[in-house]
Ligand binder design. Structure first.
Ligand code: FRU
Length: 494
């Protein structure tokens, strides 16, 4: 009898999901991004367990599958061959008696060091247990591990979890694990209070403390330390290490933010070589981490496009929040030291069509009745001052490029009154060189600005009442704007 009921439930659930996909409104709700990843329904925050295996990129994510606000965390799961066309899979990790499943990473255990099997996909995540907090103890967080032998579809939690216990530290989370070819060990970076803790392990199960990384700085402390990453990048044949740290508050334009350090790492200690830089100056770029196990050591990063200041209030109903486009991180150098460029990946170029090209435009250019709801606008410019306005007949975003800053104003971009923290002030990014190249990626409710070959990045969300359809670019009289291209970007959902 119970079995029959179960069969019926499974049958109904599969019918409902088939109907959803066949429904002509599938993924077409107001504000729904068309080529960025969003969950089919309900709440999403950080990208988790980003890993490549057998031709597929796997994206796990912080997910609360019962509401559109943050709640007890699960890991949702999707996969893609090109980092754009995503296929949804069943929820990968559910809360258990040790806690809810907070952020973490995934690796491929090619040599079966953990004993789960050759090429096991292994997830390393934080258990967050509120009942411990309720009893008056601070050690609510510990690290757990799970493995999958079928490319992330079904998971087995390790029988002796947690693998890393907590001796009373309040914020002790978001393990990012990688294989270090030099030391031939697994290494983990973990956000602990106001620093990053580094560990190593031969087998993903037994972890040895190596060192703490706490940067030299005198400025006011940033918000809670979360979601670190540590990886090597090459510049002119030399290897430098990049330490990414996400902070829950006090970003350059308020709220959640991502910064990075460039330095050296010997398997034990990370030595900071220069001051921190922001990876993005917009308010909607958070918890960014990179994929592991990608061929040719390429580093692709995805961030969550929201901000803890208002993430729970954004005006969507069926699902909540999107990821950034994947960005390839490339190391470069100028007179101020090393820095990271963020490049658009190949998959986006393959989605372009209906391109408008203007070799040269006037310094007072205006285009209307054009669909800018899914678009890549790019141009080159020789001009100190530029004003770019993108909108519909009554709403718009204004981008101003000045000689020492880029400013974004979304105060009249559409629905802004869902939170008094959303659009109260303009956002500003300092620049140390003239902006000569500009890419603007628009997808219904997001704008990603990548300037000077991805040297400068600013990411924002916005919620227009009507599709954006007008573009104006205004410069000084002697400004020269060339190679203007407006590409329509195709929808990725069925
Ligand atoms: C970052 C974060 C992580 C935590 C997760 C909980 O946005 O706060 O530190 O693991 O989200 O959902």
């Amino acid at each position: 009898m119970i079995r029959n009921h179960l069969l019926l439930i499974v049958l109904c659930a599969s019918l409902i999901s088939c109907q959803t996909k066949k429904d002509s409104n599938y993924y077409k709700e107001p504000h729904r991004p068309q080529f960025h990843f969003t969950p089919e329904s309900h709440w999403m925050n950080d990208p988790n367990g980003l890993v490549y295996l057998n031709g597929q990129y796997h994206l796990f994510y912080q997910h609360y599958p019962y509401d559109i606000v943050w709640g007890p965390m699960h890991w949702g799961h999707a996969s893609s061959t090109d980092l754009f066309h995503w296929e949804h899979h069943p929820i990968a990790l559910y809360p258990d008696s040790l806690g809810n499943i907070f952020s973490g990473s995934a690796v491929i255990d090619h040599n079966n060091t953990a004993g789960f099997g050759k090429d096991a996909m292994v997830a390393i995540f934080t258990y967050h247990n509120d009942s411990i907090w309720a009893k008056g103890f601070k050690n609510t967080e510990s690290q757990g591990i799970a493995f999958s032998m079928d490319e992330g579809i079904t998971w087995t939690k390790y029988k002796s979890n947690p693998i890393l216990n907590n001796n009373g530290e309040q914020d002790f989370r978001d393990p990012k694990v990688f294989w270090n070819r030099e030391t031939e060990l697994w290494q983990m970076v973990l956000a602990v209070g106001d620093h990053i803790r580094i560990f190593s392990s031969p087998n993903l199960l037994d972890w040895k403390f190596e060192s703490n990384f706490k940067p030299n700085e005198t400025s006011e402390p940033l918000g809670v330390w979360e979601c670190p990453d540590l990886f090597p990048l090459k510049y002119n044949g030399n290897t430098k290490w990049v330490m990414i740290i996400n902070h829950g508050d006090k970003g350059p334009n308020g709220g959640s933010c991502t910064r990075y350090f460039i330095g050296d790492f010997d398997g034990n200690t990370f030595q900071q070589a220069q001051d921190a830089r922001w990876l993005d100056y917009g308010t909607d770029f958070y918890a960014g981490v990179t994929f592991s196990n990608v061929p040719d050591d390429k580093k692709y990063l995805i961030s969550w496009m929201s901000n803890w200041k208002y993430a729970n209030q954004t005006p969507t109903k069926v699902w909540r929040s999107a990821m950034t486009i994947p960005r390839e991180l490339v190391l470069d150098m100028d007179s101020s030291g090393y820095f990271i460029r963020q490049h658009i990946t190949e998959g986006l170029h393959a989605l372009k069509s209906n391109t408008i090209v203007q070799e040269q435009i006037s310094s007072n250019y205006h285009l209307s009745n054009i669909d800018l709801s899914q678009a890549l606008i790019s141009f080159r410019s020789i001009s100190e001052l530029l004003k770019i306005k993108i909108g519909n007949s009554s709403e718009h975003i204004i981008i101003e490029i000045n000689d020492d800053s880029v400013v974004i104003d979304r105060s009249n971009s559409g629905v802004v009154d869902f939170s008094d923290r959303f659009a109260t002030k303009v956002q500003s990014m300092p620049i140390s060189e003239a902006i000569t190249e500009c890419k603007i990626i628009l997808d219904r409710s997001s704008i990603e600005l990548l300037l000077n070959d991805g040297k400068y990045s600013m990411t924002n969300i916005f919620f227009p009442n009507e599709k954006y359809s007008e573009l104006s670019i205004t410069g000084e009289k002697d400004s020269k704007i060339t190679h203007l291209k407006i590409d329509h970007i195709a929808r990725i959902w069925p």
